[in-house]
Design a protein around this ligand. Structure first.
Ligand code: HEM
Ligand SMILES: *[C@@H]1O[C@H](CO)[C@@H](O)[C@H](O)[C@H]1NC(C)=O
Length: 337
């Protein structure tokens, strides 16, 4: 048993290193592509109401289910990291993230929210087939943030939708819940993001949930005496053992920000100060001295967090943007034309 855990942990480590190397190579390839010409007024003449139309669809979906809010924010993050912000994350063919089972936790409610926003945009005769799914997702991500209490900010537009599915690259493009600070920094740097950007964007975990499999190894002494990863508040650890018993159900989950899980605020950073971060990749931001000061700063000053989050979202939204023949305006967000 012990030998098996050791082997799987070292293979996790080398997988993570491979992931970072692959991500670097991918980011270089993406950077070599046409320089994106994003602008806030991209649809001013072709679809002047695009923001209102998307916001309306978001408001309606969030009234039905809050889950769509964290789900949509996460979908945008995955989209940008996997092949650039090109809506490839929405594709649902056999070669895609959804159907490949690479991440079964991508939210169906978020996908539904984007589908509805696309329908609302296309129902306006002026806008029909003029707005990309990638831009609709970028706008929807901003709207879920602002509608859950976070900052409202202008979104740059003009991304085209990609024509290639995500299955081949998804595992190498996304951070793991067990990543340490160096691994997180390497992967975010490969996408043009600084450590401060990475810490601010991790603040997206102020809303939403994580399933037990992502942090259960922190709760039990699988490896000789203590759980893996940075230390966890003992009282909280006992509580989480009840949420995720050793024989946890695959659908069992806990809130990423236990105090205000439905409010986009700086509470996430305060949970890290209390050693109540669930993912190792969250708690490590406080555990590592090199990132702790920024966590403390965001925990103390919500305005500073919001400003940093907005700046980092703009940079995230520029990753690997497609223009010209690399892209298209998809008619249906889940399928290439
Ligand atoms: C820093 C590296 C990151 C890691 C390792 C990470 C990992 C994860 C994991 C493991 C989950 C739980 C999935 C599940 O079990 O259901 C999750 C959820 C989530 N992530 Fe991240 N993530 C990271 C960065 C981000 C970023 C940059 C954003 C957006 C700005 C983001 C937004 C979210 C949201 C909103 C959820 C909740 C989803 C829901 O409730 O449906 N994450 N993340
Ligand atoms: C909080 O951060 C904002 C934005 O960076 C800054 O203007 C303000 O002075 C900070 N407030 C305090 C009390 O440090």
């Amino acid at each position: 048993m012990a030998a098996r855990s050791r082997r799987s942990s070292s293979s996790r480590q080398s997988q993570s290193t491979a992931a970072v190397v692959m991500a670097l190579a991918l980011a270089l390839a993406l950077a070599a592509q046409a320089q994106a010409l994003l602008s806030q007024s991209y649809y001013a003449s072709t679809c002047p109401n695009v923001e209102t139309l998307v916001r309306g669809a978001v408001t309606q979906k969030l009234q039905e289910t809050f889950n769509a809010a964290p789900g949509t924010l996460r979908l945008f993050f995955h989209d940008c990291f996997v092949r650039g912000c090109d809506a490839s994350v929405l594709l649902s063919g056999p070669d895609d993230e959804h159907s490949a089972g690479a991440d079964a936790t991508l939210s169906p409610d978020a996908l539904d929210l984007v589908t509805r926003a696309k329908a609302a945009v296309d129902a306006d005769p002026q806008c029909a087939n003029k707005v990309s799914c990638a831009d609709i997702l970028a706008l929807a991500a901003r709207d879920v943030v602002s509608q859950t209490g976070g900052p409202y900010y202008q979104v740059e537009l003009g991304r085209l939708d990609g024509k290639v599915g995500t299955r081949a690259v998804v595992k190498h493009s996304l951070p793991g819940a067990g990543f340490d600070l160096d691994q997180l920094n390497a992967l975010f740097a490969a996408n043009g993001l600084t450590q401060t950007d990475m810490i601010a964007l991790s603040g997206g975990h102020t809303i939403g949930v994580t399933h037990c499999d992502k942090f259960v190894r922190r709760l039990y002494p699988f490896k000789g005496g203590r759980g893996a990863g940075p230390p966890m508040n003992l009282y909280y650890l006992r509580q989480m053992r009840q949420t995720c018993p050793l024989s946890y159900s695959p659908t069992a989950f806990a809130m990423l920000d236990a105090v205000t899980p439905r409010k986009f605020d700086n509470g996430y950073y305060q949970t890290l100060q209390q050693m109540k971060g669930l993912l190792a990749s969250d708690q490590v931001l406080f555990a590592d001295r090199r990132s702790r000061a920024t966590v403390n700063y965001f925990a103390a000053n919500q305005t500073a967090f919001f400003d940093a989050f907005v700046a980092a979202m703009a940079k995230l939204g520029r990753v690997g943007v497609k223009t010209g023949s690399d892209g298209e305006i998809r008619r249906v967000c889940t399928k290439v034309n």
